[in-house]
Design a protein around this ligand. Structure first.
Ligand SMILES: NC(=O)c1ccc[n+]([C@@H]2O[C@H](COP(=O)([O-])OP(=O)(O)OC[C@H]3O[C@@H](n4cnc5c(N)ncnc54)[C@H](OP(=O)(O)O)[C@@H]3O)[C@@H](O)[C@H]2O)c1
Length: 371
């Protein structure tokens, strides 16, 4: 690229609500990197439920349903402007999109210039780098800052990781959010060799990452999946694949594995099956959670928890260093991308509609026009 353009194509979120709040613009200003920021020409940007939850305001406590296709497309009536973000509220207009693969094309005055020209992935966690362990000072790239649904994006060089890989930009854009979330869940639940991990939602972005990363740690995986996706989920590496909502989960696990319990439940689904997931946890078992796509409000019998010495961990903000670990796993081929489909950036609304149908395995990625 000889000279940087002044304007770019971008999908701009104009407020909380349905897909109609997304506006495709071809005249959006190219960000100017300031301080320690670098400017990245976006090659590809992966999609996540976070985009939908943030747009619809699903994180608001006033919403008690799961992220179903209708709510995801039209938005939820119950939300208020202030309560829609996962942490602090969102500012509009906002460019979403967290899972960027691209190339560094410019650098701010205090940025690491050695990144210039490199192919990079972006660590999705915004931090105060003078106090990086402070979770209260963390934000999400593409939520609390503009993200990658655009031709260019600027971000602190501290979050930018050069990557050496034969994978395409679109394949590399499948990893960031799903895999670092899954790795953090397994870290929080201390998953290791010999554990059996139950993974509901195993066909999804985080679920398929949980399969691969659990296997990488030497654990076995019992996956729950829609029937049409079961063979693909098995191919990802699950040892056993069961229906997404068996009548009797304990009996189904025992029939498949020969043992009626699991050591860990790594959950991004929640919803009606939740009490059964907890009942199959062994004494001393660990439950870790990073999502509730089927419903955030569940029935919790505290006796199951304390009489069985369970440990429950939430997993959202990822410790510094984990993203660099993930880049290493990718470079060494220890995990593989599951690219279900790519879409042009201009068709992000159609892509989100298809994403909400949940008939795919793995991740969707959007491609901005080439610069
Ligand atoms: N805390 C964090 O940092 C973080 C990061 C990433 C994601 N998340 C959250 O984790 C959840 C899953 O994310 P993801 O990216 O893996 O999602 P995804 O790719 O959409 O996959 C979710 C899977 O859950 C299964 N599922 C089971 N019951 C469902 C229901 N009632 N409605 C919809 N799907 C259902 C579906 O598979 P089957 O049809 O095969 O059952 C679906 O493929 C979301 O709530 C997301 O917001 C949180």
């Amino acid at each position: 690229m000889t000279e940087l353009p002044k304007t770019m194509a971008a999908m701009v979120l104009t407020g909380h609500g349905g897909l109609d709040m997304l506006e495709y613009r071809e005249d959006w200003p190219v960000p100017v990197p300031e301080g320690d920021e670098v400017l990245i020409a976006v090659g590809a940007c992966g999609m996540n439920n976070t985009d939908i939850n943030t747009r619809t305001g699903w994180y608001s406590k006033t919403v008690r349903e799961g992220t179903h296709a209708e709510g995801g497309a039209k938005g939820f009536d119950e939300i208020t402007e202030e309560s829609g973000g996962w942490g602090a509220g969102l500012n509009f207009p906002r460019i979403q999109g967290a899972d960027v693969c691209g190339r560094v094309v410019d650098a701010g005055p205090e940025a690491d210039k050695s990144l210039m020209g490199k192919r990079v992935l972006i660590d999705t966690w915004l931090r105060d780098w003078s106090d990086p362990m402070n979770m209260d000072k963390c934000g999400y790239y593409g939520s609390e800052s503009d993200g990658g649904y655009a031709q260019f994006t600027s971000v602190s060089a501290r979050q930018v990781h050069a990557i050496e890989s034969g994978l395409s930009d679109a394949e590399l854009a499948t990893f960031a959010t799903s895999y670092v979330t899954a790795e953090n869940m397994l870290h929080r639940a201390n998953v290791g060799d010999g554990d059996t991990v139950l993974v509901p939602g195993a066909s999804g972005g985080v679920g398929s990452a949980l399969i691969q990363l659990s296997k990488r740690r030497g654990a076995s995986v019992v996956a729950l999946s829609g029937e049409s996706k079961a063979d693909q989920v098995r191919d990802v590496g699950a040892d056993w694949v069961l229906p997404r909502a068996p009548d009797d989960l304990r009996a189904a696990i025992e029939a498949a594995t020969g043992r009626a319990e699991v050591d860990v439940v790594a959950d991004v689904v929640g919803g009606d099956l939740w009490p059964q997931m907890i009942e199959v946890l062994c004494r001393g078992g660990r439950y870790t959670c990073a999502g509730a796509i089927a419903g955030p409000i569940v029935e919790f019998d505290l006796r199951t928890f304390y009489l069985n010495d369970h440990t429950y961990t939430g997993a959202t903000i990822v410790p510094p260093g984990m993203f660099a670990d993930l880049v290493g796993y990718i470079e060494r081929g220890e995990i593989k991308p599951l690219l279900a489909k790519t879409w042009p950036l201009a068709e992000l609304r159609e892509a989100q509609d298809a994403f909400l149908q949940k008939s795919h395995v793995g991740n969707f990625v959007v491609l901005p026009p080439e610069v």
